[in-house]
Design a protein around this ligand. Structure first.
Ligand code: CA
Ligand code: CA
Length: 171
C-alpha cells in the first residue's frame, strides 16, 4: 500500500515537473517569437473562412491594413499569409509608438517655437507637459501675446491640448 502510494506520488511529481518545465520553456524560451504568436492568434481570428490567408474583405475592419493592404502583400498574390500579416502589423505598431512623443520632447519643441517668435522671445513663459497636454504659465505684457503663445503651443506636432495660466501684466 505504502509502496504503491509512493510510486503514484513519484509519477505525479515527475508529470508535474515535466509540465512545469514545458510551461517555462514556452513562456521564457521563445522571447523573440512571442509577438509572432500574438499576431498569429489575431490572424486566425480574422481568417473567417479559415483557409490560412487573409483577403481584403477579411482585414477591412483592421485600420492598420485598410489603406496599406498592397504594402503588406509582399508577394503580390492578393492575399496575406501569417508572415506578411505579422510583419506589416509589427511595422505599423512601431510607427504608432514613434508618433507618441514624450512630454519632455514636447516641452523642448514648444519652448523652441516660442523663442523663435519675435513678440514672445523676451517673455518668461514656463512650459510644462503632462500626457501630451502642454501647460503654459508665467507673465506676458498683452493679451495678444498670451493668445499667440497659446496658438504656437497648439501648433506643435504631438501636442494634444494646451492649458494656459498666463497672466497678462497690462501696460
Ligand atoms: Ca481567409
Ligand atoms: Ca501575399
Amino acid at each position: 500500500m505504502d509502496a504503491k502510494f509512493t510510486l503514484k506520488f513519484t509519477l505525479a511529481a515527475i508529470v508535474i515537473a515535466f509540465l512545469a518545465g514545458s510551461i517555462q520553456a514556452y513562456a521564457f524560451g521563445n522571447e523573440g517569437t512571442v509577438d509572432q504568436g500574438a499576431y498569429a492568434s489575431v490572424f486566425h481570428s480574422l481568417d473567417v473562412d479559415d483557409n490560412g490567408t487573409l483577403d481584403k474583405s477579411e482585414v477591412k475592419n483592421d485600420k492598420l491594413f485598410k489603406d496599406s493592404f498592397a504594402d503588406a502583400d509582399l508577394n503580390r498574390d492578393g492575399l496575406l499569409d501569417v508572415n506578411e500579416y505579422s510583419q506589416h502589423r509589427r511595422m505599423k505598431e512601431q510607427q504608432n509608438v514613434k508618433r507618441l512623443v514624450s512630454d519632455a520632447e514636447l516641452v523642448t519643441r514648444v519652448k523652441a517655437k516660442l523663442v523663435k517668435d519675435a513678440g514672445l522671445k523676451s517673455m518668461k513663459i514656463n512650459v510644462d507637459a503632462h500626457k501630451s497636454t502642454v501647460i503654459l504659465s508665467g507673465f506676458v505684457d498683452t493679451q495678444a501675446q498670451a493668445d499667440q503663445a497659446l496658438a504656437i503651443a497648439k501648433s506643435v506636432d504631438g501636442v494634444n491640448k494646451v492649458e494656459s495660466s498666463l497672466v497678462v501684466k497690462g501696460e
